[in-house]
Write a protein that binds this ligand. Structure first.
Ligand code: NOJ
Ligand code: NOJ
Length: 491
């Protein structure tokens, strides 16, 4: 045998040990590069202002040819994940860097235009940066928070890489003592002062206080406090931190231990600080909503509360999965994981609001991302303690048998390794679900029809591709973690 052949066989052997279930094979790499191309073609185009992101290319049925603040910020996060992943060609990196700089200028335009309209919570703009002034659910206060967090991250990348434009960027993005506020500080002040205001949720349907929105605000205030400190603005730093704690306290009210899940929305309260939360009668929803899972993956700040492995989050994840598994006919195929939608009572079919809801690509990919990141986090934890709240997650999703409340599973034990391994397998099965229904060319719409499995709603939704990309990169990060990887060697 030649040495070359030997070393090839050796590599193959290693691979087969570390990856007992290569269910995804190369398909995920193919989908990944296609999604990068689709996403980038929604970011860099002749028919939109530089730095703008179209939600989707369709101008009718449905018309998604707009810039949404939320979608834009989440695309920015996904693009920054890519930028930092080492997975791009240098041409792609260059294009993204140019886009990031353009995006700062575009944000300056949209912020200024928003001030002349309903304020920084304006959710939707024409692709040239003018406010969309037709009737719409406004304000949506997750927007300024997501925008602030993404710009803070961009600033920190520019600092780390010492971009030539850095000084200019700093002036535009964060100035401590300037009457004319800077982009990040603008959004932080708005968030710190206005987080208790009721507003419209990320699905643009419900007026109330929302777990998703508050989580994005909490993250912005945490990052904001750090950036203020670093930019010589200590009073602001203190103020943002104080509001961060208040938002955190508020978030705790969304957990309902008797139902075993975190509510998406609380409303109908006269006084936000009153202890007893009353659900708005008008909501007519179970309040079980994938927005809670998205909140966790979009707003993680690497500390215990409402992070991936928080019992309340694990429990909510399982309830969401159980409800959609039963609800959508396509989920009778259980070769792959369940396709997940927004909330069980959803009636938006991607075109009309008075119809039946479907599975969503960005949410099903979000379920995968949630599990990859949960596995990565567990790989660092000393142990798992089985509780009333997490027992169904650890038995159903993590596949452990003979569990009882109070049982402690130590890191390094067979059971612990089994959890890590099964979470990775489950996560892969969510990505396999997305790929099962993707169009042959890898294009992804907003939704997956709950009966036929066919793509539906806005075609090539930027957020669908952004979600697939962040999930895939979370997978790469989990697999580069020795502990998670090791667990996959054992059957
Ligand atoms: C109704 C949907 O339910 C909502 O989520 C969407 O944003 C709007 N229509 C606009 O498409
Ligand atoms: C409908 C979604 O509900 C909303 O979150 C999103 O911003 C818009 N579509 C645009 O993609």
């Amino acid at each position: 045998m030649t040495t070359l052949l030997k070393s090839v066989l050796f590599v193959l052997l290693i691979l087969s040990i570390s990856f007992p279930t290569e269910s995804l094979g190369n398909d995920i790499d193919t989908q990944f590069s296609r999604s990068i191309n689709f996403m980038m073609s929604n970011m860099i185009r002749q028919d939109a202002a530089p730095g703008s992101v179209i939600a989707a290319p369709s101008r009718q049925h449905p018309d998604y040819f707009y810039f949404w603040v939320r979608d834009g910020a989440l695309v920015m996060e996904s693009a920054m994940d890519l930028y930092q992943s080492g997975r791009l060609t240098s041409l792609q990196k260059q294009k993204l860097q140019k886009f990031f700089l353009d995006h700062i200028m575009f944000t300056q335009t949209t912020q200024q235009n928003a001030l002349k309209a309903a304020g920084l919570g304006e959710p939707k703009f024409f692709v040239d940066g003018r406010v969309y002034s037709g009737p719409w659910g406004r304000p949506q206060n997750d927007g300024p928070a997501l925008r602030a967090s993404s710009l803070i991250r961009l600033l920190s990348i520019a600092i780390r890489e010492n971009w030539p434009q850095l000084e200019e960027m700093k002036k535009i993005l964060y100035r401590a003592n300037s009457a004319e506020a800077s982009l990040i500080k603008f959004d932080l002040e708005y968030t710190a002062k206005r987080w208790h205001d009721l507003n419209v949720d990320l699905w643009e349907e419900v007026y109330g206080a929302h777990f998703y929105t508050l989580m994005t605000q909490r993250k912005a205030l945490a990052l904001g406090s750090q950036v203020a400190q670093a930019f010589g603005d200590p009073f602001a730093a203190k103020y943002y931190l104080q509001e961060f704690y208040r938002v955190t306290q508020e978030l705790n009210r969304f957990w309902d231990p008797s139902r075993g899940y975190i509510y998406a929305t609380l409303s109908g309260r006269k006084n936000i600080s009153s202890k007893s939360a009353t659900l708005g009668k008008s909501l007519n929803k179970s309040q079980l909503d994938s927005a809670v899972i998205l909140a966790v993956i979009h707003s993680d700040i690497g500390e215990g509360l409402f992070t991936f492995t928080d019992d309340r989050v694990l429990s909510t994840f399982q309830k969401v999965v159980d409800s959609f598994t039963a609800l959508y006919p396509i989920n009778q195929n259980n070769q792959v994981a369940a396709a997940i939608g927004r909330y069980p009572e959803d009636t938006y079919d991607g075109y009309q609001t008075n119809s039946v809801g479907n599975a969503w690509v960005l949410i099903t990919a979000g379920a995968a991302e949630y599990l990859y990141r949960t596995a990565s986090q567990l790989a660092l934890a000393p142990s798992i303690r089985i509780s009333q709240a997490n027992i169904s997650f650890y038995s159903k999703t993590a596949g452990l048998e003979n569990l009882s409340v109070g049982k402690v599973i130590l890191r390094g034990s067979d059971d612990y390794n089994r959890v890590l391994q099964n979470l990775m397998i489950q996560a892969d099965r969510y990505l396999a679900r997305v790929m099962l229904h993707a169009n042959p060319d890898g294009s992804l719409s907003e939704q997956i029809n709950r009966r036929t499995g066919i793509q539906q709603g806005a075609p090539n939704l930027s957020w669908s591709h952004a979600g697939l990309i962040t999930a895939k990169l979370a997978r790469d990060r989990a697999l580069s973690n020795a502990m998670v990887k090791g667990s996959r060697g054992k059957k």
